[in-house]
Design a protein around this ligand. Structure first.
Ligand SMILES: [Zn+2]
Length: 594
């Protein structure tokens, strides 16, 4: 069947664009048009269809209308008996600048096909074309193959490729770099922005170079970094030959904020291998109508996140100290999640569709992010492999093997196949690690793994001159409710939990003294750990008093520090992992003279 979409954005009325689909070679009595319920990379079902209106169809040549019945929210059935060519028309409202957007304003169009171009059921693997009608001075940036310049027309080999190739039109600033001889465009869309073009080119070039060196080769002919500047950030979404990031305008300075931008880019770029090509079987070709669970998302996201930071280290964009600080932050976040050992990484992966994407008040007590927990497992597995193989292998070796055996030949990973690949790549028996930390729920203690690299891991000690008061700890998370303190979460096994606080409670007084949202954290300083306190709350609108005893806050910060003694092998692992020699810890006397 010949499938040709037409997008008309020449007249933008209230963010609504006109679309049509020309179908030729229809040979069935009926056919279904279906809009995806999810976008690959964003694992949750969403009603993207809500902006659709006025869908109708007529036979080609003006021979009359084609009956259309909406048989589901996202499915239209066309009665096509005796009709071989037809045109479908509809309009879509698009006004949301997020990573998986259909966004149309008077000066820009960002088009993700999954939100605007329904597919013909049963014809997902056939080529499609997209023809654009745009204001005359607009420029188009996309990784789709151009088949005609006027009007701009693009072709995808399959609907999957179309969904995986977003398209930006308007007045983007486009920078081009050529690391390893491969053209990479940086397409920046949106007003303002405190970036330095020169520096972006240089630093993204370093990320590309370090990534290609890590995996060993690049499958790309070209790549686009879509960067959308906005007032609200939305992270990034990976594609096979591009990624789409929505960041705040001033994401590029100061340095720490800019490093977060680079970490996001490093993560999304590494996905071009890990998840786009090294992928679980269920993730391509895609079933867009339902959840497609896999137990490997922890590897696809957590391990990608682990490598994103390691690549920044390899690229010289993170110092060894900065790298270890970032890793310690990830570990802290996992350790601060009471539900971190409720589910295995595999199970967290499979239920990402609910737990990660639709969190609720009890989520931290019964679940954890497979990003953070997957990052930590990747770190520990990497250190174990480097140590046990005396640095002959690492998690990088595993990725390279996944690339040559699966990614490059286009073979999907079966469930449970990660461990055997890692074992083939490293020559190690890794069953204990996978049993405990991937399929099991054993607490992942980072310290013994840090020792493999001559480091210790633990809470950062208080500075000797730090005499700040220690506030009482309740184990709650809260938000501003018109100046009052409304609890959003009560963490398991904390003073608040033991004392009977509930999400939704509004704390109005401590020991009879009125409290307010802006000052609440400060007010807790009056109740140091171990202080009994009467907590007055409105619960479902009725005043209650609860007797609590404040506790001690869990560590605010963790750190990696050199371990003494460190044997020769762990020093070698340190250098091999961090590209930096192991340095002995400073003695007391040295620290004091600093
Ligand atoms: Zn990701």
């Amino acid at each position: 069947m010949r499938i040709r979409y037409r997008v008309d954005a020449t007249v933008v009325e209230g963010h609504r664009a006109r679309f049509s689909i020309e179908l030729e070679g229809v040979d069935a009595p009926s056919l279904d048009l279906v809009l995806p319920s999810w976008v690959p990379g964003s694992y949750h079902l969403v009603n993207y269809v809500r902006g659709f209106r006025d869908l109708s169809a007529r036979a080609a040549g003006g021979t009359g209308s084609v009956p259309v019945q909406r048989v589901g929210s996202e499915r239209w059935r066309l009665t096509t008996a005796g009709i071989h060519a037809l045109t479908v028309q509809y309009t879509v409202y698009g006004h949301q600048m997020v990573t998986e957007a259909f966004d149309l304003t008077s000066d820009h169009l960002f088009l993700n096909a999954a939100l605007s171009l329904p597919y013909v059921d049963g014809h997902l693997q056939e080529p499609v074309e997209v023809e654009l009608h745009l204001p005359p001075d607009w420029r188009v940036v996309t990784e789709l193959e151009e088949v005609s310049a006027r009007p701009p027309t693009y072709r995808a080999e399959t609907y999957d490729e179309l969904v995986d190739s977003p398209l930006d039109a308007g007045h983007p600033l486009v920078l081009t770099i050529r690391p390893h001889g491969i053209p990479h465009r940086i397409s920046i869309c949106g007003e303002g922005g405190n970036y330095e073009a020169h520096r972006l080119e240089e630093d993204l070039g370093k990320i590309v170079d370090a990534s290609i060196r890590l995996v060993g080769e690049s499958p790309l002919d070209s790549y686009t970094f879509f960067v959308h500047l906005n007032d609200v950030p939305d992270g990034g979404l990976e594609h096979a030959s591009s990624n789409s990031a929505v960041v705040i305008r001033n994401a590029f300075a100061p340095l720490e904020r800019y490093q977060r931008f680079l970490a996001l880019q490093s993560h999304e770029y590494f996905h071009l291998w890990n998840v786009k090509r090294i992928r679980p079987k269920t993730l391509g070709p895609f079933d867009y109508t339902r959840e497609v669970p896999t137990g490997q998302l922890w590897w696809m996201e957590g391990t990608t996140d682990y490598f994103a930071d390691l690549i920044l280290r390899r690229a010289g964009l993170f110092s060894p100290t900065k790298y270890l600080e970032e890793t310690a932050k990830i570990a802290k976040n996992v350790l601060a999640t009471p539900g971190r050992n409720s589910l295995s990484l595999e199970e967290l992966s499979r239920i990402a569709w609910v737990d990660y994407y639709q969190p609720f008040e009890e989520t931290p007590n019964q679940s954890a992010s497979y990003y953070g927990k997957g990052y930590l497992a990747s770190l520990c597995l990497d250190l174990e492999i480097r140590y046990r193989t005396e640095t002959r292998a690492s998690l990088e070796t595993v990725v390279r093997r996944l690339w040559t055996e699966y990614g490059k030949p286009g073979r999907g990973l079966e469930e449970g196949e990660l461990q055997p690949v890692a074992e083939r790549a490293t020559g190690l028996d890794l069953s204990e690690f996978f049993d405990r930390y991937v399929r099991g729920t054993v607490e992942l203690d980072v310290e013994p793994f840090a020792r493999y690299a001559g480091l210790t891991f633990g809470p950062r000690p208080k500075a000797p001159d730090d005499d700040a008061p220690e506030p009482g700890y309740l184990g709650i998370r809260f938000e501003d409710a018109g100046g009052f303190v409304r609890l959003t979460h009560v963490l398991l096994d904390t003073p608040g939990h033991r004392g009977g606080l509930s999400p939704g409670d509004e704390i109005v007084a401590l020991n009879g003294s009125k409290v307010s949202f802006p000052k609440f954290a400060k007010e807790l300083e009056a109740y140091p750990p171990g202080t009994p306190v009467d907590v007055a709350v409105f619960r479902r609108g009725y005043l209650r008093h609860l007797a609590l005893t404040t506790g001690k806050s869990p560590p605010e910060k963790y750190r990696f520090a050199p371990a003494e003694p460190a044997n020769d092998l762990s020093r070698k692992v340190h250098a091999n992992w961090l590209d930096a020699p192991w340095v002995a810890p400073k003695s007391e006397a040295e620290s004091k003279t600093e």
